[in-house]
Design a protein around this ligand. Structure first.
Ligand code: ADP
Length: 779
């Protein structure tokens, strides 16, 4: 129903709008064209009037050219004789009875024959129509008859014989013909329609009151002419208020002239239309009432409005009818759409007829099915997504837990790191971290304490340089250091002389470790330095003490050795068997004591730094062979196999043979001592990258893993050896190590219990630097 109401309202609004548009926009145009139409209509009326006049004009022309009439006027005699006959003839021309008189005037102005007998012999020579006709022209005029006293339209025509006017034919037309013509309804807006003569006097009108009124005031001249012509005898001529038209009248032709005059009486403007009637001396004057025009236009609009209203009414009824026939299915479709919008996608098309609405219903049904299908798919997708989301949420929960754990760990690590940092910061050893070029990036507190340089002074400077605490060692030391940590990427260990900021010299034990990245590139170096000056001093006094006591002990031991030898040699008399046994025991113990004292002395010599290092080009093969020869007795005793292999490329090496001999001797003695009978001993000397490497191997009893770390310590002897009660002091390896390191070499070993032992030591191929000491080994 809503649709219908909207439709009807729409029609009404449209109708009203149309009417308004016509009223406001079209009306002005129509007024204008209404005026034009009026002009046209007046013109048309003038033409009609001209035709009416033409009929009379033609008739009078026919009469004037009638041969009988011509001969009647020519024959003076006949006039009298044939007058009655002629009167009868003229009557024949008035068959329609439109003329009140038809008459013939002689050239003297007197009427010769007439349908109205009272005209006969009357003199009409004063009449204009006579005068004009006598001049040979047809003429039309309005007069009030002098004889009949009645108004009429006079049409005259000259009667000619051989171009000479011999008389005038006149017909007096009944004015009613003009009056009734003017009274004919032609234009609704027309109020007055008049015919005026050449003087501007109304001679015909659609209402009687206008006859013989003048358009305006008649001038004096014209008054005189009127009197002369005796046109309207005994007639009172009043003036109308159209003076302007009267003045203009003589200039008006057949074209329509519009005048706007003010009607004093009615107090309003009037439209006056004037036009000449053909060639006649008459003018058609029409007064158009503006109000009437407006009224007519309004009427027209009211009619149009009425028609529109009727159309609207019938349109609405028609629409109602059409709508009501479609409303039911529409309502059904409305219900359907509501149901679908509420989620009832199974709702079927309710329109059963076969029309476009049914088609719409089917489309809606299909649409609902498609929506349902999509909906189902969507629900499925949502379910799947929800499931996935739940899984993700779960895994996120787990991740969160894991992250929390990691955070806990990180917190732990951070606190650990803090601990480490504190430990490093407060370590008694100096810790220095440098970049690849040795530029310091971190130092702990100990550095300032030991070196005297503040952290601020150290950071950014090269560690170990002269501007700081270093630079006291020979060039080679630093070269070796850098080679080890940078090129070989290995840990450097060594002792070096430094001096603090205030010039105090001190000795450090230094360990530098390169820190490597995953791709085995050096990132930075961490150096740990310990001031061992004090330790060194203690060691030195110890060494000095051992040296002194050993030295002191050597003399009585030597004396004991001599006395034992003398006793055994029988210098004090022959010894009994028991005595000899006792003295031999004393002698052996004394020998061990001497060995021990010698070892101690040698060690103290090396450790004190007072030992002379006197390098000479040495044939190491020969040196080893000498040692083997010395040990030959012991080797043979144990039936051991000895192998010596020396690299062909081995040159003579610039070392101190006394010292190096001591190293070989110690290592080979051990191999002999700690290898069972029938065992194998080998010595291999090779050259490897700037170093001479000596390898002394045996397949003896080996060193227990637990003891391996202490093997180079003073007086240390492994457990498996002590059980066997073999002779030894535990000083041999200690001395060997001291000699090798003082000769710029390294010593190390690999051993497995009950399998065998390998010792290696290196010496620089370039030779050992000389040292001006005070004592030499075994001296
Ligand atoms: P020692 O006088 O006891 O030989 P060293 O200093 O020469 O003293 O040796 C220390 C210890 O190292 C020995 O006591 C022994 O336990 C062990 N050792 C040295 N060389 C060997 C070897 N070749 N085989 C097994 N043990 C060895």
């Amino acid at each position: 129903m809503e649709v219908v109401s909207i439709g009807v309202a729409l029609i009404l609004v449209l109708g009203l709008v149309t009417m308004f548009i016509i009223q406001t926009v079209v009306r002005q145009d129509m007024n204008k064209s209404g005026e034009q139409l009026t002009d046209f209509a007046i013109n048309y009326r003038a033409k009609d009037l001209e035709e009416i006049f033409d009929v009379s004009k033609n008739l009078v022309s026919i009469i004037a050219s009638d041969k009988e009439i011509i001969s009647f006027l020519r024959d003076e005699e006949a006039k009298k004789n044939r007058g009655d006959e002629m009167n009868e003839k003229l009557l024949n021309y008035n068959s329609g009875n439109n003329y009140s008189a038809i008459y013939l005037i002689g050239k003297d102005g007197r009427t010769r024959a007439s349908t109205d007998r009272s005209f006969i012999d009357q003199d009409y020579s004063f009449r204009q129509y006579f005068k004009e006709a006598m001049r040979g022209e047809n003429y039309a005029d309005v007069n009030v008859g002098v004889t009949s006293k009645k108004m009429g339209y006079y049409f005259s025509s000259p009667i000619k014989i051989d171009n000479e006017v011999v008389g005038v034919a006149v017909i007096k037309m009944n004015p009613e013909i003009v009056f009734s013509f003017l009274k004919e309804e032609c234009i609704a807006a027309l109020s007055d329609l008049m015919v005026v003569d050449r003087f501007g006097i109304v001679v015909g009108a659609n209402r009687d009151g206008l006859i013989f009124k003048s358009l305006g005031k008649i001038s004096q001249d014209k008054e005189e002419i009127l009197a002369t012509e005796d046109k309207y005898p005994n007639v009172m001529i009043d003036s109308l208020s159209y003076q302007e038209i009267l003045n203009e009248l003589q200039y008006i032709g057949n074209e329509v002239r519009d005048f706007k005059t003010y009607d004093n009486l009615n107090k309003r403007f009037e439209n006056i239309i004037v036009t000449k009637v053909g060639e006649y001396n008459f003018f058609l004057v029409a007064k158009i009432d503006d109000q009437k025009v407006a009224f007519e236009t309004g009427l027209m609009f009211r009619k149009i409005g009425g028609v529109i209203l009727v159309i609207m009414f019938f349109g609405s009824v028609l629409m109602l009818f059409l709508m009501s026939s479609r409303l039911n299915p529409l309502e059904q479709l409305l219900v359907m759409s509501r149901k679908i919008s509420m989620g009832d996608f199974d709702y079927k098309n309710p329109v059963k007829q076969k029309n476009d609405l049914a088609e719409l219903g089917e489309t809606m049904e299909t649409m609902a099915m498609t929506i349902k299908h999509r909906w189902d798919e969507l629900e499925k997708m949502v379910e799947e997504r929800t499931e996935k989301l739940n899984e993700q949420a779960k895994s996120m929960e787990n991740t969160k837990l894991a992250v929390n754990n990691i955070l806990d760990d990180v917190e732990g690590v951070a606190s650990d790191l803090e601990k480490y940092k504190m430990a490093v910061d407060n370590s008694s050893d100096c810790v220095v971290i440098t970049d690849l070029e040795g530029v310091v990036i971190y130092v702990n507190k100990a550095v300032e304490r030991v070196t005297g340089f503040s952290t601020y002074e150290v950071i950014g400077k090269k560690a170990g340089s002269k501007v700081l605490w270093g630079g006291q060692m020979p060039k080679e030391f630093y070269e070796k250091l850098w080679k080890t940590i940078k090129s070989d990427k290995k840990v450097f260990e060594g002792e070096l002389n430094n001096h603090s900021k205030n010039g105090r010299p001190y000795i450090s034990r230094l360990t530098i470790s390169p820190i490597l990245s995953n791709s085995d590139e050096v990132l930075y170096f961490v150096g740990v330095e310990r001031d061992i000056t004090r330790e060194k001093e203690v060691d030195r006094s110890k060494t000095d003490f051992i040296y002194l006591t050993s030295h002191q002990l050597r003399t009585p031991l030597s004396a004991m050795k001599w006395f034992c030898e003398m006793l055994l040699a029988g210098d004090a008399g022959e010894l009994t068997k028991d005595q000899r046994e006792f003295v031999e025991n004393i002698s052996q113990s004394n020998e061990r004591m001497i060995d021990l004292i010698n070892s101690l002395l040698n060690i103290s010599r090396v450790e004190s730094g007072r030992i002379i290092i006197d390098p000479t080009p040495t044939d190491l093969e020969k040196l080893v062979q000498d040692v083997l020869t010395e040990l030959d007795k012991n080797i043979k005793e144990k039936k051991q196999e000895v192998l010596l292999s020396v690299s062909d490329s081995l040159p003579r090496v610039n070392v101190d043979p006394k010292l190096i001999r001591e190293v070989y001797k110690n290592l080979l003695t051990n191999a002999n001592k700690y290898t069972q009978e029938g065992g194998r001993i080998s010595v291999i000397i090779s050259v490897e990258g700037g170093e001479v490497v000596s390898q002394i191997s045996d397949n003896g009893m080996g060193i227990p893993v637990a003891d391996q770390s202490k093997i180079f310590e003073r007086f240390f002897r492994a457990e498996n050896i002590i059980k066997l009660e073999t002779e030894g002091t535990g000083l041999g390896l200690y001395l060997a190590k001291a000699i090798v390191e003082s000769s710029m070499g390294k010593i190390w070993f690999k051993s497995q219990e009950k399998v065998g032992t390998n010792f290696w030591f290196t010496l620089p191929l370039s030779g050992v630097k000389a040292h001006k000491g005070q004592v030499s080994i075994n001296s």
